[in-house]
Design a protein around this ligand. Sequence first.
Ligand code: HEC
Length: 509
Amino acid sequence: MNWNICMANYICGDFKICGNRFFRVMKMYWVFVCLIAFGCTGSPDKSGDATSDLKDTVLHSTAMELYTTYCAGCHGNNMAGGSGGSLLKETWTYGRTRSLIFRNIKFGIEGTDMAGFENILDDGQIGNLVDYLWQAQNETPGNVVEIPEVIETSQYQIQVQQIIADGLEVPWAIEFISDRRALISERKGQLRWLIGGKLDAEPITGTPIPHTGSTTGGFMDIALDPNYLNNGWVYLAYSHSQGNYDDELAPATTRVIRGKIEDHQWVDQQNIFLAADSLWVTEGNRWGSRLLFDDREHLYFSIGDMARAADSQDPAKVSGKIYRIKADGTIPADNPFVRTPGALGAVYSLGNRNVQGFSIHPETREVWFSEHGPMGGDELNILKPNANYGWPVITYGRDYSGEIVSNITHREGMEQPVVQWTPSIGVCPVEFIQGNRFAAWKNNLLVGALALEELQRLVIKDGEVIAREMLLKGVGRVRDIKMAPDGSIYLVLNNPDVLLRLTTEETTG
Ligand code: HEC
């Protein structure tokens, strides 16, 4: 199923109804060839044939002329919209950052009439166009991100409370310890207490220093031991190097540790998973990592492809896997690769590009997970032992450079996702809804997105997604979602770095 995110038409998944790419590119050429031929481009010289005019325009044009030539036909002369939507935005459907807008212009938006300009405009020209669009926004109000106080949804009027409005720096995860206390990880390498709804000013000391020599590493997920109340173990996943923490050339890998927290002190640290140093990588990126305990007290964790896509298929390499271990770090005897010579016994599944969301289905007890694709091809999957999720042999996405990763999306012996998102939403946390507060949404799956800044609700039946609803859009990168002990929903956002609590009126059920 190919789900293209369109706010105006956000009811059900559709197959690719917009025709093939060739057809769309032709349509776009037609738009601006017409514009030039009929003299409505505003370009200075309208004589001569359309092709030489076009070349001339491309070589000598300012951003405004480029816009008029290539974009106005669909987005309107003053950006207010035409067959393409308005580019004067309160909410960007396909991403509001400079790099996302750049990518959208260069590579197009799959499933819409917006074809890529990579063969028509060079990067400098596209950059100028982005600046031009950018400047136009400053003239209009509404470009500032405002977090709503209320979200109107199909069933609930949701109150949005900003629990922490400032004081956090790139928070990554939240884990509730009781109804009064939660732990929050910050990517740069801190753990913080949330006590009685307030961020504790004093950070927890004694935690290790993470490797931050890449854009994605640092402290990631936190989990509590299933017997936390008796033993106090807190698990932490982070990108680890031996010194030279901010040097991208320092060998690094994803590590899982556990420790106890006494007031503001991290103590009794133990290693839970750390691959042999011969397997660490330099210039790595995409470290995972979510943690999840299942009913048998097995701990699952993910390691991203660490910029080593091909290694994701090799059970002897660390990259691109989901792992399963026992709480003390030992390897369950029924793990799929325990008897494979050379393989890492902790490996549970292969071909996972970067898993950043895990949640257990409240009824079937299956582990569902999200997987961050490249450009296109974000996935939602169900975990099975020894399954191969395909990266990079099969994928629905292209690399960020525009290069094709693979021409195939299916192969015998490789899993198909339950859902894939192209263009990518930047899928990150997933969390099943439980408890009485959102009873009408019981067992629905909340999905958070980084790049397109979304909170979606998916209705799941018999292992398939049968409906969905956009709950939030464009108010920040959704990094973590947790059901709190009181049945409310907590959202950890980045840019802005805030903690939100979503509630409805108390119910008595
Ligand atoms: C053939 C028509 C067409 C042309 C030509 C075209 N676009 Fe688009 N564009 C679309 C459609 C359709 C969409 C997706 C739906 C929407 O937002 O309107 C889109 C989306 C976009 C978006 C994403 C908007 C968002 O909300 O995230 C940007 C940015 C954009 N176009 C910029 C441009 C620029 C710059 C040009 C010229 C270089 C251009 N487009 C040319 C049709 C077109």
